[in-house]
Design a binder for this molecule. Sequence first.
Ligand SMILES: NC(=O)CC[C@H](N)C(=O)O
Length: 231
Amino acid sequence: MTRIGVVTFPGTLDDRDAARAVRLAGAEAVALWHGDADLHGVDAVVLPGGFSYGDYLRAGAISRFAPVMGEIVDAANRGLPVLGICNGFQVLTEAHLLPGSMIKNDHLHFVCREQVLSVENVDTAWTRDYTLGERITVPLKNQDGQYVADERTLDELEGEGRVVFRYQDVNPNGSRRGIAGISNAAGNVVGLMPHPEHAVEPGFGPDGAKGPRTGTDGLRFFTSVLHALVG
Ligand SMILES: NC(=O)CC[C@H](N)C(=O)O
């Protein structure tokens, strides 16, 4: 069975939901601790949401130095699929696995809403079960969700098709070019601010944008990586 690691830092909140999403997709969830010096042979890693180290200094800035992150950076550079959700995305930018940074939402308030996204790249390890241009609805909840990068980096991301998700209907935090999620050049590392792991069970996630009250628009992140791993 495919084994997907879910990392817990001090202050992580969404590790249990991420592990549940992994199991619902049909994989084994393996708990990884921030102090771990190896990845226990997992096939992929999820960095979940929360407030690791209380978001002190800057969200993700301290977690980046956790022992497990050294292992994850090396493995990601060798092709291990890594998904960073919200605080996990913040950790990925701080660890320089993804470009740019996350700063306070432009309105300076915490935001919590059901957010519509467009899926703009289905060639990543975490999006191959979506269709290009599909609109999905998943929860969004954060205070430091404004994605920023210099114009050259933004042009590069757009030119290489590495903007994987874009906010639709509203830009909830002032992110440059409405960017909600991006990937690395190889497509194995993906980070996004909204929370697919909270939209994996009928009746519990937000309504699907397509009509029926499915609420499971996030589940295909976790099935995608299983399909990517079997080739
Ligand atoms: N849900 C989350 O992961 C949000 C946490 C994040 N540290 C923020 O508020 O920006």
